[in-house]
Design a protein around this ligand. Structure first.
Ligand code: DAH
Length: 345
C-alpha cells in the first residue's frame, strides 16, 4: 500500500510538470490513454488487498478527477486563445480580415534572397578551390579598418573610405579587408588560403551603382614564392567558373596602402563580346575588383616574415558581380525586398 500510494503522488507531480509543457492531446494520451499512467493506476486496484481497496480507490479516483479537470481547462483555454483576433505587427494589413494579399502570401513558399544564392554559389566555388571561409564582422575598430592595413593615423588614403563611426569610436567596416590581419593571424603560419565574405557600409549617396550597405568577398593567399601571375590565374579561374564563360582579363594600376603593387582587375565584357554595351559602359571592359600583392607591412603586422613569404589579396563586391551575372541594372533593387523583383530569381 505504501508503494502504490507513493506511485499516485509521483503521477500527480509528473502531471503537474507536464501540464506546463505538453499539449492537451499528449496529456490525454500519457495519463488517460489505454496505457496511460492513471489508467494503469486504476487497474492496480485488482491487486490491492481488499481491506485497503476503499482507500486506494478513493485516492486513485481523486487523482483521475484532478487530471481530467486540468485537461478540460487546458482545452477551454485553447479554444479561447484560438477565438481571439490574431496579431501580426509585421503584416501591412489586418491578418484577421479576409484579404486577397494575405491568402496569396499564405500560398507562397519562402525562398532565399537572390544575393544569398549568389554568395553561396561563389563560396562553394572557393571551397572547391581549397579556400577556408571566415565571415567578417559588422562592427569593427580603427585598428582593423585602417592601422593594420598600413594606413597610419592621418593618412590621406583614409578619405577613400567614407566610413561610418559610432559615438564610441568604433567603425562599420567599409570593406572586408578589415579581416585581413585577423585571418593572417588565425590561419597562419602560411600556407594560408581564406575567403572573407561580409557586409560593408559606406556613408555615400545612393544611386543605381552605389548603396550605403553592400557585400564583399575578400580573398587572402600567402605562401612561399607566390607571384602576381598566381593571383591573375586564381581570380580568372573563379570568375570564369562563376560567370560560366571564358574571359579576357587584364590588370591595371590602382592605389591601396595595403598592397604593393596595387591593381584593378578588369574583364572583357562577356555580354557584348567586348564590342560595347550598357553593362560595360560601352568600353568593352569591366573593372571588377581591387587586388594586389599583400604589402610587407601588412604581413609583418600579422607576424609573418615578408622575406620568407609573399601573398596576394582581392576584394570584390558580391552585389556588383551578381548584378552582372543576373542582368540587374540598379543595385537598389537588392535591398528593397520587392517581391515582384525577387520572384524573378
Ligand atoms: N578593400 C578594397 C576596397 O574595398 C578592395 C581591395 C583592394 C581588397 C586590394 C584587397 C586588395 O584585398 O588587395 O576598395
Amino acid at each position: 500500500m505504501e508503494y502504490t500510494h507513493k506511485n499516485l503522488i509521483h503521477i500527480k507531480t509528473s502531471f503537474t510538470k507536464d501540464l506546463e509543457k505538453l499539449g492537451y492531446k499528449e496529456l490525454k494520451e500519457k495519463y488517460l490513454g489505454k496505457k496511460g499512467l492513471v489508467t494503469e493506476a486504476l487497474k492496480e486496484i485488482t491487486s490491492i488487498p481488499s481491506k485497503e481497496k476503499p482507500i486506494y480507490g478513493k485516492e486513485v479516483n481523486t487523482l483521475k478527477t484532478f487530471v481530467e479537470d486540468n485537461i478540460s481547462e487546458k482545452i477551454q483555454e485553447n479554444r479561447e486563445y484560438a477565438s481571439k483576433p490574431k496579431i501580426d505587427p509585421t503584416a501591412p494589413f489586418d491578418i484577421n480580415e479576409d484579404s486577397q494579399i494575405y491568402s496569396e502570401m499564405l500560398s507562397l513558399e519562402g525562398s532565399k534572397h537572390a544575393l544569398t544564392k549568389e554568395a553561396e554559389r561563389l563560396l562553394s566555388i572557393f571551397s572547391s578551390m581549397g579556400f577556408d571561409i571566415l565571415e567578417s564582422r559588422q562592427i569593427d575598430d580603427d585598428y582593423n579598418m585602417f592601422q593594420s592595413l598600413n594606413f597610419p593615423k592621418g593618412h590621406p588614403a583614409r578619405d577613400m573610405y567614407d566610413t561610418f563611426r559610432t559615438e564610441d569610436g568604433l567603425v562599420l567596416p567599409a570593406h572586408t579587408s578589415t579581416m585581413q590581419n585577423r585571418a593572417l593571424k588565425k590561419f597562419g603560419p602560411p600556407p594560408i588560403a581564406v575567403v572573407l565574405p561580409g557586409r560593408c557600409f559606406r556613408n555615400e549617396a545612393t544611386d543605381a551603382g552605389h548603396e550605403h550597405t553592400f557585400h564583399q568577398i575578400e580573398g587572402v593567399y600567402v605562401d612561399k614564392n607566390v607571384s602576381l601571375s598566381n593571383m591573375i590565374a586564381t581570380i580568372k579561374t573563379y570568375l570564369e567558373r562563376y560567370l560560366e564563360t571564358n574571359l579576357k582579363v587584364k590588370i591595371q594600376p590602382a592605389y591601396f596602402p595595403f598592397t604593393e603593387p596595387d591593381c584593378e582587375f578588369v574583364i572583357g565584357c562577356p555580354f557584348c563580346n567586348m564590342s560595347g554595351c550598357s553593362t560595360c559602359g560601352h568600353s568593352g571592359w569591366i573593372e571588377i575588383m581591387g587586388c594586389g600583392m599583400i604589402h610587407p607591412n601588412v604581413l609583418k603586422e600579422a607576424d609573418i616574415d615578408p622575406e620568407l613569404y609573399s601573398g596576394f589579396a582581392w576584394g570584390f563586391g558580391v552585389d556588383r558581380l551578381a548584378m552582372i551575372k543576373l542582368g540587374i541594372d540598379d543595385i537598389r533593387y537588392l535591398r528593397e525586398s520587392n517581391l515582384n523583383f525577387l520572384r524573378q530569381f
